[in-house]
Design a protein around this ligand. Structure first.
Ligand code: KG4
Ligand code: ZN
Length: 335
């Protein structure tokens, strides 16, 4: 079969990224332009600023991706783009740009769900084997699901309130660490011990998760200690939070591996960049004699490489989008 090259565009949040991926599993070139420094001044992503910056940078990101690959848009077999979920204005910048490329260069357009992208990033490491248990942990998602075949997902459970990444970001703010909170809390956690006694959420039998109680508990703790003029140890608090937050994931993944006897698993989404989580999942994989795929760091946080991977099965299936299709801030990949 002839090699297939897909140019993918990802602008769902605060990264302007493009990548060229060969046959859905080999990244030829990727550029990720992060707006993190701009948004960190505001303590989080400002949607209007994000879409403006995507608009300013997107042409430059295309040029530099093509230069890196030594290819032109004419060499592509399709243009893929994230259409959901995410910030609507940001998504639209990427989608409209993709439509222009598709129209001008007469290439098929493929719409990709961002979460599918995080899961399909596995293919950059090793081909996904079905069924695969996938734990999706990001700023907006905490889901446990079984992928039965391409684009066939069975949801086992989800967060009942906040996503784990959201909790990391909130805890970072409470202990005075800058945005993005996740990596900073992880860094502090490494230097602390589990000295704070925090409530253990979701000890039930379900596959659901909960992070708002843990988050509120930490906010109240910091507030009460401040009122009593007692200093909080931010390293210990970060460590205590991380242990409790990740223990919840470990318990549910352990249960699912036992109940379903699945031998392939992945952890996807921005929080999968967390080393402690990666170690815990590696230990679980060993315990259950399962094969764990976690993409390298640069493919864990938002990037266009993963979008091209998720576009590949849609390309093979001729599932192309039309120029009248729109972006949407919410899209359910699985129900
Ligand atoms: O997938 P992602 O880049 O964007 C969304 O689709 O949401 O995930 C971003 C989330 C943020 O909440 C960020 O704090 C968290 O992933 N994150 C981490 C780490 N790196 C990123 N959380 C914990 N530890 C990390 N090392
Ligand atoms: Zn993401």
């Amino acid at each position: 079969m002839k090699d297939v090259y897909i140019l993918a565009i990802e602008t769902s949040c605060d990264e302007t990224s493009m990548a060229i991926v060969k046959n859905g599993n080999e990244c030829v070139a990727m550029v990720v332009l992060s707006q993190m420094n701009t948004h960190s001044e505001f303590g989080g992503v400002v949607p209007e600023i994000a879409s403006r910056m995507h608009t300013e940078n997107i042409t430059m990101v295309l040029e530099s991706t093509l230069n890196k690959a030594g290819m032109s848009v004419n060499d592509m077999d399709a243009i893929a783009v994230t259409f959901a979920p995410g910030l609507l204005g940001s998504l639209l910048v990427g989608l409209e740009f993709a439509k222009v490329l598709s129209f001008v260069y007469e290439k098929p357009l493929i719409k990709v769900n961002h979460i599918a992208g995080h899961i399909y990033a596995c293919n950059l490491v090793d081909k996904i084997q079905f069924p695969m248990l996938a734990l999706v942990v990001s700023g907006g998602h905490t889901d446990l699901l079984i992928m039965e075949r391409d684009y066939k997902f069975k949801l086992l459970g989800s967060t009942l309130d906040d996503a784990i990444g959201e909790a990391y970001d909130k805890v970072a703010r409470v202990i005075g660490l800058p945005y993005p909170g996740g990596p900073n809390v992880e860094n502090y956690a490494k230097q602390g011990t589990h000295a704070y006694d925090l409530p253990i959420p979701m000890k039930d039998d379900s596959y659901n998760f909960s992070y708002s109680g843990l988050k509120s508990n930490i906010i109240n703790l910091v507030h009460n200690q401040k009122q009593k003029n007692i200093e909080i140890n931010p390293y210990d608090l970060a460590c205590s939070f991380q242990n409790v937050a990740i223990d919840q994931l470990v318990r549910k993944v352990d249960k699912a591996l036992t109940e379903y006897g699945i031998k392939n698993m992945t952890v996807a989404g921005g929080v999968s960049a967390n080393k402690y989580l990666r170690e815990q999942m590696q230990a679980l994989a060993q315990k259950h004699d399962a094969n764990l795929i976690i993409p390298e760091m640069k493919y864990c946080t938002d990037n266009a490489g993963m979008i091209a991977c998720a576009a590949f099965p849609l390309f093979k299936n001729n599932s192309f989008a039309s120029l009248s299709d729109s972006a949407t801030s919410l899209d359910k990949l699985y129900t």
